[in-house]
Ligand binder design. Sequence first.
Ligand SMILES: Cc1cc2nc3c(=O)[nH]c(=O)nc-3n(C[C@H](O)[C@H](O)[C@H](O)COP(=O)(O)O)c2cc1C
Length: 189
Amino acid sequence: MKMIELIKTRRSIRSYLPDRIDMDILTEIVDCGRLAPSATNRQPMAFHIVQKEELLEPVFRTLSWAGYIAPEGNPKPGKEPMAYIVVLVRKEFADTITKHDAGAAIESMILAAWSYGIGSCWLGSVKREELTEILQIPAEYRIDSVISLGYPAETPVMEESEETTRYYKDENGVLHVPKRPLKNILYVD
Ligand SMILES: Cc1cc2nc3c(=O)[nH]c(=O)nc-3n(C[C@H](O)[C@H](O)[C@H](O)COP(=O)(O)O)c2cc1C
C-alpha cells in the first residue's frame, strides 16, 4: 500500500481475529516508534510489548473502549486484541512537550502496524495504576497510552460530516467514523 493510502485507510480497530502476531513484527513496529521525532531529541519513551496469552485478559480489563457508544464498541468475546504495546514515558520528562513525543511515536507505530495489515486502537482511557501493577512497570516510568493490536475483524467506514464528530454503529454493526470535511478546516494564504 502506498503511504498516502496507508494513512487514509487507517481506522481504529476494536474487533480482532484470533491470529497471533509474530514477535518480529511487533518488535519492528516498536522500532518505528523508537525512531519517531522527539523534542530536543530527548527520547523519553520506552515500550512494553504484551503478547503472552495469560497477560492479555488482565491487560484488557484495564482498558475502556469507544466511549460514545459504550459498551457497544467493546471488543466482543473472542474478538479481543492479540497484543498490546504499552507506551511508557520517563517520569523525569513528564512535561507537556513529552505528549507530542508520545503522539508521534504512537502514530508511527499504528501506521507501521497497518502496513502489515494489523489493526490497532490508541487507548488513552487506561486504569494506569492497575496496569502498572500487572506489568510490574519500573517506578521511573508512567504509562502514557496503550496500543491494542490484532488482525482486523471489522472494517469501519469513514464518512465526511459537518454535523457530528460522534462515531456510531449502524444496524449491521458497522462502525461509522465521521471526519470534518477538508473544506471546513483548510485555510490557504
Ligand atoms: C489520544 C487518544 C486517546 C484515545 N483513547 C481511546 C480510548 O481510550 N478508547 C478507544 O476505544 N479509543 C480511543 N481512541 C481512538 C479514537 O476514538 C479514534 O481515533 C476516533 O474515534 C477516530 O477514529 P479513527 O481512529 O478510526 O479515525 C483514542 C485516540 C486518541 C488520539
